[in-house]
Design a protein around this ligand. Structure first.
Ligand SMILES: NC(=O)c1ccc[n+]([C@@H]2O[C@H](COP(=O)([O-])OP(=O)(O)OC[C@H]3O[C@@H](n4cnc5c(N)ncnc54)[C@H](OP(=O)(O)O)[C@@H]3O)[C@@H](O)[C@H]2O)c1
Length: 329
């Protein structure tokens, strides 16, 4: 395994295991296969409602001595319904209880925008399916609640997800504990060059979600009532350039996509429920894309109009004052 060194000195494995849209038995089987294959970086979120299943598998592995806690890198995220300084501890404690862990290695703010808290509803919406946003979200104050989790030992590092450069800068300027990582959408057609360079200059590691172009995201968001019409239809796994480079290296298209991102110094967290694909996605550290491959893959970047996770995937999110994607990067 290769690692990205975080600003707190911890090492984040460059290939991690994504778990969005995976629950219960399927996820338990997949995570077993992932740990067996050698994954040690696991990405989840309170919002995914799957931390308990992950906790059961991790507990089995830890109790049987098949893995040491210090070799795991577990990431989870504060839900948007917990976006007030005094609520951070409650939600992190809930995640830790479900994960059966005493700390996470990285705790992220899941989105830049906050929501109203309505009982146990993880993503509260009104009767028309519109998100119940909390327009008073204050990142600087919220971040202090995140810092307290590091000081209390519940999170080794804290970071951001889906924030733009202006929002990141504002936190960096006021932080006692700097954000160690930005988790953000990065894939072949949306390579996020400016944002990645911005983070690297601030010693913030970048982790790419949707690194395969998230083939099932449209289905997932339509089933949640989101407006998916404006999401670009993409299929990077069948892009002719990717297929050509895959044949050249005797690798699969997925391995070429993941390798391209990893070779840029960015971590990837592909999700799969299939044992063969789980193994395949980890085998990206044993080959090198040459200059010609990299040039061709770099040239396929089509910029922010190819952002997949944007606008109205959840109805109303773009009306929040901290909606992150109205600015260049
Ligand atoms: N911070 C955020 O807001 C955010 C947003 C989205 C995602 N994430 C995180 O990032 C992870 C990855 O993103 P994602 O799940 O959206 O997208 P992804 O990893 O790009 O794509 C996952 C999809 O690709 C398929 N797949 C996996 N390996 C494959 C392979 N080798 N060949 C062909 N198809 C393959 C999977 O199907 P099978 O399962 O059938 O293999 C699944 O449908 C998530 O699981 C989650 O942990 C974070």
């Amino acid at each position: 395994m290769k690692f990205l060194e975080l600003s707190n000195g911890a090492r984040m494995p460059v290939v991690g295991f994504g778990t969005w849209q995976s629950t219960d038995e399927v996820l338990e089987r997949a995570l077993e296969a992932a740990l067996q294959a050698g994954y040690r970086h696991i990405d989840t979120a309170y919002l995914y409602n799957n931390e308990e299943a992950i906790g059961r598998v991790l507990r089995r592995w830890l109790d049987a001595g098949r893995v040491r806690r210090e070799d795991l890198f577990v990431v989870t995220k504060l839900p948007m319904i917990g976006y007030q300084k005094e609520k951070v501890e409650k939600y992190l404690r809930r995640s830790l209880e479900a994960l059966q862990l005493s700390h996470v290695d990285l705790y992220l703010l899941h989105q830049a925008w906050g929501m109203q808290e309505r009982g146990e509803d993880r993503l509260p919406m009104d009767e028309t399916g519109e998100l119940l946003l909390d327009h008073s979200t204050d990142h600087v104050s919220l971040w202090k609640g995140m810092e307290e989790q590091v000081e209390a030992g519940r999170a080794r590092a804290i970071g951001l997800s889906n924030f733009n450069s202006r929002q990141i800068k504002r936190i960096v300027e006021s932080a006692r504990v700097q954000p160690a990582c930005l988790q953000v959408e990065v894939y072949l057609y949306f390579q996020q060059r400016e944002l990645v360079a911005f983070c690297k200059a601030l010693d913030i590691a970048v982790c790419a979600y949707g690194p395969l172009g998230s083939p099932s995201m449209i289905q997932a968001f339509s089933s949640m009532g989101g407006d998916t019409d404006k999401i670009p239809r993409v299929d990077p796994l069948h892009d002719p350039t990717v297929l050509h480079i895959a044949r050249k290296h005797s690798k699969t298209p997925a391995q070429v996509l993941l390798r391209h991102t990893v070779q840029r110094g960015i971590a990837v967290i592909p999700k799969s429920s299939d044992a063969t694909r789980i193994r395949e996605n980890l085998q990206v550290l044993d080959f090198l894309l040459d200059e010609d491959d990299v040039e061709k893959l770099d040239s396929l970047d089509r910029g922010s109009k190819y952002r997949l996770f944007s606008g109205n995937i959840n109805k109303g999110m773009d009306r929040h004052p901290e909606y992150a994607y109205n600015e260049p990067y």
